[in-house]
Design a protein. Structure first.
Lengths: 276, 70
């Protein structure tokens, strides 16, 4: 089938390029990524052992956070290196082909998508913007009721107060998120909403209300960043976080839910919202 | 202004990276690959991952919500 139980992990697709990649870049095999050129497209790949990257072991590995983190950071490092010499179209994490012929078929079958993505993404970067409601969720704020509340009525009163505080914080965060997202979509070429992050996974305080990505021409990044900063409130119960610049991961597949009104699962999705 | 540079140098949070690597990027399916780039599959596994992280593993992700009261 192929040599020595090796598969090919594909990081990204670019136009063929002449410039050298940064010296320090290492792919999953500890070597610089290999390049497979085929009819005007180029895939950045590395050999990976089938014992870890074939379908079944991979599925098991995906539940191992350390393993996943290592692969994710490696994937990102290769994309970042490619971005210094061209316009990489990132592939989904863990896209694996059996051999070089598989990679060529991948390039052929995805050719139209890759070419339009390169056209659309060249010279663009992605910025991430997250909005958090800071007030603590009730399970964090409320100590175990049987230990602290003298009566059921006292307990309910306290819970109601916490809920009202939380609702106000959510409402402010939701209002800000909608306005900010609408404004940033105007400034960006595209916007995309990711699902809000779990505080359990991120470790970030507060409740993530907006988790958005924006596609911005590289030369307009400073302007975009300044606009986000300008709209960041100084108040204590809503927090705005900016990440980037990223390679345009969130826009590689061509989906864009920012410019239409597809915000149903976005800024207002939390519990306790009074609006319909 | 060097806002962009400053941000680029800060370490990337894993969760932000996973948002992009598990939900972004071009998805290729078909017999040429191992069909493991599928969205739903990875999402399900990520959920399993999250619950395993919070349930038992002492991890860099703080999980104050689940401490037992003294």
């Amino acid at each position: 089938m192929n040599d020595g139980g090796q598969l090919l992990y594909v990081y990204a697709v670019t136009r063929p390029f002449a410039a050298a990649l940064p010296d320090a870049v290492r792919a999953l095999d500890g070597e610089p990524p290999a390049l497979i050129e085929h009819r005007g497209l180029c895939a950045a790949v590395s050999r990976v052992p089938a014992e870890h990257f074939d379908a079944a072991p991979l599925r098991a590995h995906l539940e191992d956070l350390d393993w996943l983190a290592e692969v994710a950071r490696n994937h990102q490092a290769v994309i970042a290196a490619l971005a210094t010499v061209g316009c990489p179209v990132p592939l989904r994490l863990a896209t694996v082909c059996r051999d070089e012929n598989g990679v060529r078929r991948l390039l052929d079958s995805g050719r139209a998508r890759f070419e339009s993505a390169i056209e659309r993404l060249d010279g663009r970067v992605e910025w991430g913007v997250k909005v958090y409601a800071e007030s603590a969720p009730p399970e964090r704020a409320a100590p175990a009721p049987e230990l602290t509340a003298a009566t059921g009525r006292e307990y309910l009163r306290r819970r109601l107060g916490q809920r009202q505080n939380r609702d106000r914080s959510w409402q402010r965060a939701g209002t800000l998120s909608r306005a900010l997202h609408a404004d940033l979509c105007e400034r960006a070429e595209a916007g995309r909403l990711h699902p809000p992050q779990s505080g359990r996974l991120s470790g970030a305080p507060g409740e993530n209300v907006l988790n958005a990505a924006y596609l911005v021409p590289r030369e307009r990044s400073e302007e975009f960043v300044a606009a986000v900063r300008e709209r960041t409130p100084q108040g204590e119960d809503v927090r705005v976080e900016l990440t980037g610049p990223w390679a345009p991961y969130s826009f590689a597949s061509g989906q864009d839910d920012g410019q239409d009104d597809g915000q149903d699962d976005g800024p207002e999705g939390g519990p306790g919202q009074g609006e319909s | 202004m060097n806002d962009g540079d400053a941000l680029a140098q800060r370490e990337i949070a894993l969760v932000d990276l996973l948002d992009r690597l598990l939900a972004g990027g071009v998805v290729i399916t078909g017999d040429l690959t191992l069909r493991i780039a599928d969205v739903d599959l990875v999402r399900i596994d990520l959920n399993a991952l999250v619950s395993s992280v919070s349930a038992e593993v002492p991890s860099p992700f703080q999980d104050l919500d689940y401490e037992e009261p003294a």
